[in-house]
Design a protein around this ligand. Structure first.
Ligand code: MV4
Length: 446
């Protein structure tokens, strides 16, 4: 096992990874920008290295600086967390070339899933259900028109290098198609330096349901059930739950076993998330994420597994020490993302936290790096913590969530806490009856 791990991230996820390391007897190295000198992830690490100025491009994304920090401290492995360099295949490759273990999948698998066309082809080959559409990139309007008339309008044009909702365009009629293809190609070239686009049937009111998998690259792979992440605004998730209120046991086992088998066949090493849209009882693969995700704690609470410790063990060459029949799902978990933002407009609200009193008690978990007297810097994303609540069933979880939100005191900055208190008054939320458009419709009505 590694003696020392460098954590190439900041905020709550850097702390989350430190906790896993500490329980495993692994020393931790924090890296930080000059804007994060007072951050909790720096204070609590065994060692820390300043790697650059506030701008993420010059610090948390600066590969030479991070390599130097590994060299100076003798870290044997790097955990990238989420965001930043977590899905940068070149970073994983460079670490490997320097004899440092990247705690995550192989560069080849990161690269494969980063190309949404290749990812979809792979999903088809592995037997996963996908959205009907083009087999690969579409290059001209004529080809697009043929595919669109086969699958029927409306269709969606997506960028191969996009993902997470970037560079998408809905087309509702044949007349609008060829212009839309050209526009999408131009936008994709400008945004990603790659003009490859593909076409899919546009699903009108799906849910976003994602399966968590863990796979050891040696044939061992299990699924850890699904998360429902349909409640989002502008492709930013705000509330995630496990399991999905929309699925039954048979659906879960059928698709779960399929994705686990797929990851075993692929020789995938690490944790991963297979994203599906779910509509009218059918699942459609859209993308795979090759990182640990923000919302991983809801899966931890219903399975009892420590996903970060699992990542570290697998990166160290261990096989999974359990099989699918050893995994069981118990109770219900909901995560609310606490952002330093105005709860109505979502305008960032960085600044000094004057008072901080997090909730506690049975079934309440807080993953956060903030404290009273901490100044939230304006340079990074606005997530300052996650409230994750567990209950024996969804109703208990919802009641406990309401109680926890009412206990939560954060003064000096605005947060999304009042939004969640509003959501808990909505019958649709209480009933689990929502799709990917529900939150934006709710916000536009308010
Ligand atoms: C779709 C879709 C409808 N039909 N694909 C957005 C993010 C990216 N991961 C895929 N996305 C979508 N793909 C087809 N064929 C609707 C979305 C979508 C969405 C998906 C998940 C969560 C929130 C969303 C919000 C708007 C659109």
């Amino acid at each position: 096992m590694f003696d020392k791990v460098l954590i190439a991230n900041r905020g709550e996820i850097a702390l989350r990874i430190q906790r896993a390391c500490r329980e495993m007897g692994i020393a931790t190295v924090a890296i930080h920008s000059t804007a994060d000198e007072d951050a909790m992830h720096v204070r609590l690490a065994d060692e820390s290295v300043c790697i650059g100025p506030p701008s993420a491009l010059d610090s948390y994304l600066n590969i030479p600086s991070i390599l130097a920090a590994c060299e100076i401290t003798g870290a044997e492995a790097v955990h990238p967390g989420y965001g930043f360099l977590s899905e940068n295949a070149r970073f994983a490759e460079i670490l490997g070339e320097h004899g440092i273990t990247f705690i995550g999948p192989s560069p080849e698998h990161i690269r494969l899933m980063g190309d949404k066309i290749m990812a979809k082809k792979t999903a088809v080959d592995l037997g996963l259900p996908v959205v009907p559409g083009s087999d690969g990139a579409v290059t001209d309007g004529l080809e697009a028109a043929k595919i669109a008339s086969d699958i029927g309008y409306p269709v969606l044009i997506k960028a191969a290098s996009g993902g997470g909702g970037r560079g998408m365009q809905v087309v509702r009629s044949a007349e609008a198609l060829s212009t839309a293809v050209l526009t999408a190609q131009t936008e994709a070239r400008n945004a990603f330096g790659d003009d490859a686009v593909y076409i899919e049937k546009f699903l009108g009111t799906p849910r976003h349901i994602e399966f968590q998998i863990i796979s050891d690259g040696q044939g061992g792979a299990v699924h850890l059930g699904e998360r429902d992440c349909s409640l989002q605004r502008r492709h930013q998730k705000v509330w995630e739950e496990a399991l999905s209120p929309a699925l039954n046991v048979e659906q879960r086992e059928k698709l779960g076993n399929l994705v686990a088998k797929a990851m075993s066949d692929l020789g995938y090493l690490g944790v991963g998330t297979i994203e599906f849209l779910y509509e009218n009882g059918e699942f459609y693969f859209i993308e795979m994420n090759t990182r640990l995700q923000v919302e991983h704690p809801v899966t931890e609470l219903i399975t009892g597994l420590d996903l970060v410790q699992e990542q570290i063990r697998i990166a160290d060459g261990a096989r999974l020490s359990y099989e699918q029949s050893d995994i069981s799902f118990s109770g219900h978990a909901i995560e609310c993302r606490i952002n330093a933002e105005n709860p109505k407009t979502f305008t960032p609200s960085p600044g000094l936290i004057e008072a901080y009193h997090p909730p506690g008690g049975l079934g309440v978990r807080i993953d956060s790096g903030v404290y009273a007297g901490y100044r939230v810097p304006p340079h990074y994303d606005s997530l300052i913590g996650k409230l994750i609540v567990y209950g024996r069933h969804r109703t208990e979880c919802l009641m406990r969530l309401r109680r926890a939100l009412d206990e939560f005191v954060i003064e000096g900055i605005e947060t999304t806490i009042p939004l969640f208190q509003q959501l808990l008054k909505e019958p649709d939320i209480m009933n689990g009856d929502y799709d990917i458009h529900w939150l934006e419709e709710f916000l536009s009505e308010a």
